[in-house]
Write a protein that binds this ligand. Structure first.
Ligand code: C2E
Ligand code: CA
Ligand code: CA
Length: 706
């Protein structure tokens, strides 16, 4: 039970963690997906735009390429230029038109040696070497060398970027000789207008021409003859993914906010639940380890506390466990009711709580059983004594004065690890204390265990003996006090175990404690009845244990047995000691009445040894009284004992109840008791308990004597 709550608390924690981790993973995945989508959409669009820009440049170059080819590879042009009419030809065909021609702004015809033959910039003469430098001459040289192919590259002229296409002027039929040709070049300025139309055609919004790459924009380099950028086409990225993300951003934020609220709520709920579980667990633990009535520890609490203390051996003073059982609690409960009984337990608990400085824990481990844990060097005997003294003081409850006592058994920790073993030892000592007569304290010793082992061995032997019918009766004669004639026999149980005689004073109580007495008692009755059939003139006395009499089926069993054995109930006398009767008088009376109705007689056994009272003689309607041997022995000591004896017998006589004297060993005892009024004598003087055969002999002798 105390384990269950922490497990629940742990599972709440685990569930909370799982939810958090799941939410974090889902959130992370979501964020990752959104970000990936956004960036790949952006990257895809940038990629497209870059390709578009490159195609724009390529197509611009291609157009210039075609234009220069159409004009440079021309038979008439070639003829005119090579025949000394170059100046006029250049001006009339290209220089004039350069003023406002959409395909180029300028034209230059350059000699193989780099000389400027004729050049016009928007209709005006100009020197390309001055505007474009050595690089232009390099391009001219390259175009002249690769006369079949035009060379198209970008140049820088001040702030302007200019696309320059150059090709050798040549006849349509490819010349086969190695001659050097003069080179025709067209110049196209990349104006803002050009950039604008490129932007429209290639869907490159906000395209600009710039001289340096702008890292915030997408850039495509415009390379010169050496492959070095002279400028850039630059335009802002469209970032469609980012734009989409911007549109959905409020929703994403809302989602994140909701998720955060959810997670916070989960954490809060988890913590609240864990706290609640912990509180419940603490309450359950308290409940599981404490006694409701007294507020003391209960058995479980005691075990836990002992376990804890035993684990600290060596770091604390020695430990002794005292177990305490209230004497006379049941009568208080019976007489005043449970409410008063409970109040008494609470008062006892209060008294025990502060009984000694070294008593560090007090527990109530059963109805009226308490445990005290002593941690300290004091002699446990002193502590037990002082506790017993405290409990001997009467308790006041609702104006009643209630006295109880207690018995204590204690055990020191020895080398014990297991609290249950410590408890068992103290319990063993307590049991011994109760056996020895209550109101005392007993220390555990190894002997108690040995004794317990011996008894439990004996108990299993006894069980076997009962099963095997090994316990058999001997019979002791009961003689008429006046004539000495044997009138009856008393059956006395005998058991030989492993060659030793075990006395009934040992095995009868053992049979009573171990639940064997009902079976053993009936067995004795059957064997006695069977033997007594041989002596039809004698009465048969059989001893009955209190426990048997309290068994509701006892009367029925006896009558049944007699019927089966065809034994006259009028011959049977059942002997009972009174102590028994008082523990359950109603049930005893019912059984006695039922059996008496069938003709069975009852004798009150052991009268005078403590329990028996004249009251019981009348209450239960006894037919005979047996005076205990202890009273008979008084005959031998002094005069006063005889007085008591005689008074007792005359009291019985006054009630009309005949008296048997037990344990008569001497003639003098026989004389005194006969005179005192006993009509029947039993004892070694008359005859020892003997076998059925010997009884038959005794009867035969008696018959002979008569
Ligand atoms: P009890 O019923 O008082 O039996 C008489 C006891 O006194 C017997 O002891 C008997 O042997 C002993 N006794 C008889 N005459 C003399 C004598 O002159 N001197 C001395 N010193 N002793 C004498 P036993 O047989 O040892 O029985 C002891 C007790 O065991 C019996 O006391 C009876 O209470 C109980 N018991 C014996 N057999 C049975 C039985 O079958 N059932 C039950 N429930 N109890 C039995
Ligand atoms: Ca008896
Ligand atoms: Ca007796």
């Amino acid at each position: 039970m105390p384990q269950a709550q922490p497990i629940k608390t742990r599972s709440v924690f685990a569930i909370t963690c799982v939810v958090l981790v799941l939410a974090a993973v889902i959130g992370g995945l979501g964020a990752h997906v959104v970000s990936t989508m956004r960036h790949s959409a952006d990257a895809m669009d940038d990629e497209r735009a870059l390709r578009a820009a490159q195609s724009a440049i390529s197509s611009m170059k291609l157009r210039m390429n075609n234009t220069i080819r159409d004009n440079a590879v021309w038979d008439e042009g070639y003829d005119a230029i090579t025949n000394g009419q170059a100046q006029e030809w250049v001006y009339s065909n290209w220089g004039k038109t350069s003023e406002d021609y959409p395909l180029y702004e300028a034209v230059a015809l350059t000699g193989v040696d780099g000389s400027n033959i004729s050049s016009f910039w928007k209709g005006q003469k100009f020197d390309p070497r001055a505007s474009f430098g050595q690089l232009f001459l390099d391009q001219v040289a390259k175009a002249s060398a690769e006369n079949a192919n035009p060379v198209v590259t970008f140049f820088r002229r001040g702030d302007e970027i200019v696309l320059v296409a150059s090709q050798a002027v040549q006849p349509f039929e490819q010349p086969t000789d190695d001659r050097d040709y003069s080179v025709l070049s067209f110049f196209k300025v990349l104006s803002a207008q050009v950039a604008g139309s490129m932007a429209t055609e290639y869907q490159l919004d906000d395209l600009i021409l710039s001289q340096a790459a702008d890292t915030r924009l997408l850039n495509v380099a415009l390379d010169d003859l050496r492959g070095r950028p002279v400028g850039y086409l630059s335009w802002p990225t469209k970032s469609p993914g980012t734009k989409v993300f911007e549109t959905v951003r409020p929703y994403v934020i809302a989602c994140i906010a909701l998720l955060s609220i959810f997670l916070t709520a989960v954490i809060a709920a988890g913590r609240a639940e864990a706290r609640r579980m912990k509180r419940l667990a603490e309450a359950a633990r308290l409940q599981a380890t404490h006694d409701n009535l007294s507020g003391l520890l209960n058995r479980m609490g005691l075990i836990e506390s002992l376990k804890h203390l035993l684990g600290q051996r060596g770091h604390r003073p020695p430990l002794v466990l005292h177990l305490l059982d209230l004497d006379g609690f049941k009568p208080v409960n019976d007489a005043w009711g449970h409410a008063v009984g409970d109040m008494l337990l609470v008062l006892v608990a209060d008294a025990l709580r502060g009984c000694h400085a070294e008593v560090t824990a007090v527990a109530r481990i059963g109805g009226d059983e308490f445990a005290l844990v002593q941690v300290g060097p004091a002699d446990p005997v002193d502590i037990a004594r002082s506790v017993l003294a405290v409990l001997r003081h009467p308790f006041q409850i609702d104006g009643r004065t209630i006295e109880v006592g207690a018995t204590i058994g204690f055990a020191d920790e020895d080398a014990i690890q297991d609290p249950h073993e410590l408890l068992r030892r103290a319990d063993m000592a307590l049991y011994q204390g109760k056996e020895d007569g209550r109101g005392r304290h007993v220390a555990y010793s190894r002997d108690l265990d040995l004794e317990r082992e011996r008894i439990s061995e004996l108990e299993s032997d006894l069980r076997r003996a009962v099963e095997r019918n090994e316990i058999r009766p001997l019979f002791q004669p009961l003689a008429c006090a006046v004539t000495g004639q044997v009138k009856g026999v008393e059956a006395l149980a005998r058991w030989r175990s492993d060659g030793d005689n075990v006395g009934p004073d040992v095995f009868i109580p053992l049979a009573e404690r171990s639940g064997l007495i009902d079976r053993l008692g009936l067995q004795m009755l059957r064997l006695s009845v069977q033997a007594a059939k041989a002596w039809p003139d004698l009465s048969l006395s059989v001893n009955v244990s209190p426990i048997q009499l309290c068994n509701p089926s006892f009367a029925g069993d006896v009558l049944n047995l007699l019927a089966v054995e065809s034994f006259d109930p009028k011959r049977l006398v059942l002997e009972i000691t009174e102590g028994v009767l008082m523990s359950n008088p109603d049930q005893a009376k019912r059984a006695i009445d039922a059996l008496k109705a069938a003709g069975i007689r009852f004798a009150l056994d052991d009268f005078g040894c403590g329990y028996a009272s004249i009251g019981a003689l009348r209450q239960f309607g006894f037919d005979r009284m047996k005076i205990d041997r202890s009273l008979v022995l008084a005959v031998d000591s002094d005069g006063s004992g005889i007085g008591v004896l005689k008074a007792t017998i005359s009291l019985a006589a006054a009630l009309g109840i005949p008296v048997t004297a037990e344990g008569i060993e001497t003639g003098r005892q026989a004389d005194v008791l006969r005179e005192a009024g006993c009509d029947q004598l039993q004892g070694y003087l008359v005859g020892r308990p003997m076998s059925p055969e010997d009884i038959s002999k005794v009867i035969a002798l008696g018959d002979e004597a008569a």
